[in-house]
Design a protein around this ligand. Structure first.
Ligand code: P6P
Length: 324
């Protein structure tokens, strides 16, 4: 019988009890989100909530539910100083007695890809955790992704899997019949190339030409002898999870509609970039490493190309030469 290690036990062993408490709270929220999603068709939780979020997007009822559940799980932890959510205009700073060491800020997209729920397609929760430094809580919101002390996501699918890193490798935890996230993978590494590219090809005509030429290479002769198939679920967490396990590249380049990129830096790109790098992959915005970007505001968007080192480095090289 394989040893049962929970996500809380694993993180505590890697990074101590305080950070394990934060990741454990996110796991508890994920359990509640999974229970609601699993029977979404039986309750009036499909469809729009009737409001728009700071992103200008129609909030789905489950977006609001997931956001409320994540906040409720984190607000009670003395080591959590504040949170940043895709669904909230501003950070939520908790009144803390102070003196608690260490203190953390959690940033998250509580339910990414939620419009897919109505058609029973995978969705996910994405999170990053930063430690409050001497600069104080407010400065923590604009930390570079390099300073994340933990990052990960939960993909709700045929099974519910939580993938986490605290900076010493990537591990996976599968939600079991008793509602416990049990370790199902450790020291996970991303294949160094192929076989999939993952992008919304309807946007190709509006990409900068260097991205169009790069995609034409993948579709045509391939890269370093690797030929490619297309896979695009339209749910970032699911597209990334496949890329982590099977290899290849996910691309969301700048488009005419989103010239600075569509995906959010703090709570989508940075957490997945940390997982990608910890698994031996890479993540860029085109020319630059995602984790090295300094955010200007909490809902900043970015272009995002991440996955296997071979494909991401080939794209980054092409963009740098194109710009030169
Ligand atoms: P498009 C879902 O709305 C999301 O934020 C990500 O999960 C996904 O990768 C992306 O947008 C899909 O965008 O423009 O291809 O529909």
């Amino acid at each position: 019988m394989a040893e049962i290690v929970t996500v809380e036990e694993h993180v505590s062993g890697e990074a101590g009890p305080a950070l394990a408490g934060v990741v454990g709270a996110i796991a508890e929220a994920a359990r509640q989100i999974e229970r609601r999603i699993r029977v979404a068709g039986l309750h009036d939780v499909y469809g729009a909530y009737g409001a728009t979020n700071v992103q200008g997007e129609q909030q789905q009822k489950l977006d609001v539910f997931a956001n409320d559940v994540m906040k409720a799980a984190l607000v009670g932890l003395p080591q959590v100083a504040a949170i940043v959510s895709e669904e909230d205009d501003a950070p939520v700073v908790f009144e803390r007695a102070g003196g608690e060491e260490p203190m953390f800020v959690a940033v998250f997209d509580p339910l990414d890809g939620s419009s897919n729920i109505d058609v029973n397609v995978n969705v996910g929760t994405i999170f990053g955790v930063h430690q409050v430094g001497t600069e104080g809580v407010q400065a923590t919101f604009l930390h570079r992704g390099l300073r994340q002390v933990a990052a990960g996501y939960v993909v709700y699918g045929p099974s519910t899997v939580m993938v986490v890193t605290t900076g010493t490798g990537v591990s996976a935890f599968t939600l079991n019949e008793d509602g416990v996230f049990v370790r199902s993978g450790e020291a996970m590494t991303m294949p160094d190339k192929g076989p999939y590219y993952s992008t919304n090809e309807a946007n190709v005509a509006s990409w900068p030409v260097v991205y169009r030429e790069y995609l034409a290479r993948l579709v045509g002769e391939g890269l370093d002898g690797q030929r490619y198939s297309a896979r695009y679920i339209g749910s970032l967490v699911a597209d990334f999870h496949r890329t982590l396990l099977k290899g290849g590249v996910f691309l969301y380049p700048p488009t005419e509609k989103a010239p600075k990129g569509k995906l959010r830096l703090l709570y989508e790109a940075n957490p997945l970039a940390m997982i990608a790098e910890q698994a031996g992959g890479a993540a860029v915005n085109g020319p630059e490493r995602i984790l090295g970007l300094t955010p200007e505001h909490i809902h900043q968007r970015t272009a995002l190309i991440l996955g296997s080192r071979c494909e991401v480095e080939a794209l980054q090289t092409a963009v740098l030469e194109w710009r030169a």
